[in-house]
Design a protein around this ligand. Structure first.
Ligand code: PGA
Length: 260
């Protein structure tokens, strides 16, 4: 695993955006050979999206031959609901870059047959040749996508019940009213994420320090689904000093030395 420790959120965002743009540019995607990118929502990736938009405007990267798959979507929210992940992605990223609408994949929260929706999502990922790079955030309880504690580490796309803690944390987007937050979501599984050829997880702030500690120094366990990353051949955690603050000093020294 690579661990990149930056002083603050700004530097985390800039590093991650440059990394993603470089990966796309090196891949030199074409319509026959597109770059498949997995994407998250949440507060954490906002800085990366802002930086990628800037790089697109400066002609440093194009998304014309990029296919995206989002991690998750609330069940019961239509695409035009301001708190749906559809809405979030278009507002914060897709409306500002040259991605083709037909290349965007987000689970449909209003699907009548949720099981089929999830199975079809897995099939479309495979049909596109698998995900090249999956970008993600991390929950305070170590969840990746909506894979809450004790999700199977080989799980696939499915519906999950959100924990009360996640509902509480996410209620900040719903006028702090927990009754407005959907209680279930469709999410890619831990196994779906781990099938990507590379996985990059972002974390910033003290609130994420425990999850980062477990992800890097904890034993692999379904209790902290982030720990599955330890088994990935190309896993990267990009975090700021605050999120790294519970790591042992020698762990921080090791990663700062090797990534100098
Ligand atoms: P956040 O969410 O980026 O809003 O902190 C991350 C997550 O819960 O995965």
């Amino acid at each position: 695993m690579r661990v990149i420790i930056k002083p603050d959120y700004e530097n985390v965002s800039v590093w991650a955006a440059q990394y993603i743009a470089n990966r796309i540019n090196k891949f030199a995607p074409t319509s026959d050979h597109p770059f498949v990118l997995g994407l998250p929502t949440g507060s954490t990736p906002l800085g990366v999206y802002r930086e990628l938009i800037k790089m697109y405007q400066q002609n440093k990267v194009s998304f014309a031959n990029v296919i995206t798959f989002n991690m998750d979507e609330y069940v019961g929210l239509p695409a035009d609901h301001p708190q749906s992940y559809h809405y979030f992605m278009f507002e914060n990223f897709f409306n500002h870059i040259d991605i083709k609408k037909e290349n965007i994949h987000i689970l449909n929260g209003m699907a009548k047959d949720i099981e089929k929706e999830c199975a079809d999502y897995e099939k479309s990922i495979l049909a596109c040749g698998g995900i090249e790079l999956f970008l993600g955030g991390i929950g305070e309880d170590g969840h990746i996508a909506f894979n809450e504690p004790f999700s199977s580490l080989s799980s696939r796309t499915r519906i999950k019940t959100l924990t009360s803690d996640t509902i509480k944390v996410n209620s900040r987007f719903f006028n702090n009213d927990i009754t407005q937050v959907p209680t279930t979501a469709m999410t890619v599984g831990v196994g779906t994420i781990m099938d990507a050829r590379e996985v990059m997880i972002l974390a910033n702030g003290n609130k994420k320090a425990k999850a980062v500690y477990q992800g890097i120094e904890g034993a692999i366990s379904h209790k902290w689904t982030i720990t599955a990353l330890q088994n990935h051949k190309h896993g990267i955690i990009v975090c700021d000093d605050a999120a790294a603050s519970l790591l042992a000093p020698e762990t921080i020294k090791y990663f700062k030395d090797i990534e100098r």
